[in-house]
Design a protein around this ligand. Sequence first.
Ligand code: UT7
Length: 331
Amino acid sequence: MRNALISGIGHHVPDRVVTNFDLEKMMDTSNEWILERTGIQMRRWVSEGDTLSGLAHSAAIKALEMAGKKPGDIQFIIFASLASDHEFPGGGCFLQEKLGIPGVPAMDIRNACSGFLYGLSVADQFIKTGMYDTILLIGAEIQSTSLDLTTRGRDVSVIFGDGAGAAVIIPTDNKEKGVLTTHLHADGRFANKLWADAPSVNDNPRISKELVETDRIYPKMEGRFVFKHAVSRFPEVIHEALAAAGYSKDDLDLVIPHQANSRITEAVAHQLRLGMDKMYSNIERYGNTTAASIPIAMSEAVEQGLIKDNSLVCLASFGAGFTWASALIRW
Ligand code: UT7
């Protein structure tokens, strides 16, 4: 069986920079609070004319360029996002249209912060079985347009950002390279600890004037509860990947955790007994971009030379669902 290799990676974020000071003008918050509790200094939010499939397309073009491929080479699209350009169909079809490759299958994955790793696991299986030879995997998110930008929603709204990352995945016969192992988990008992309650298909009608006036339409999080679970699930799932592939944490060149909160990343480093130089972080510049966070971080780490040929990299996520996941990659 072949291994799945990431042969191209790219990212794209919207131009509009929103600092903590900008948020101070919208709600009762402060740069100090946001920085101290999350590590975030700024995030990118979309402007008029930006679209989810547009962000994904720009990231995809960069990943294809690095892989030395053209859109016409893509045999399968996996699109991980909480959202789509429209209520339906899923975002993969809108991206496929922009890439100009009608007929190519497009699968949508909606596993929030773990979406990219769920997608990577799917891509890995399709490469292993020989079903496809060139897969485009996207993690893309526009969160900013769904946030409650009043003081009522400040605990959630200050955290999230927009952006997209893309990976081109091809087979390799080298068993030491590429995706060595992936691990996926979910626990729906905690779905309402981080969610948007509405619009819900269980409401009839689904959307009403009354609904729009409530806060049910905004993302909600029990921050401390989520935090507590995150700091145990991250190390657990990283250890799981290392054990499955027969490595120890000392073999790791880099960990790319989902960028949820710099305090979570520090706690995970502490539990793994890894230095912070082994934990990639860009949350200070982008906030939490949900499904896009891991591919954006991986793309930057490659650009910065932190991931090189032969680097052993662990990707790990935790988020809404709850879902959590990991992948160990030999670059
Ligand atoms: O990506 C998916 C996974 N997500 C996560 O892993 C996120 C996990 N959770 C967290 O990162 C943190 O829980 C938060 C950053 C969301 C919140 O930090 P916290 O230290 O847990 O704060 P808290 O929610 O316990 O709130 C502490 C205080 C409260 O005031 P009182 O009740 O102590 O008077 C909040 O009302 O901070 C207040 N607060 C704020 N103050 C200023 C909440 N949000 C803000 C804000 N600005 N934006």
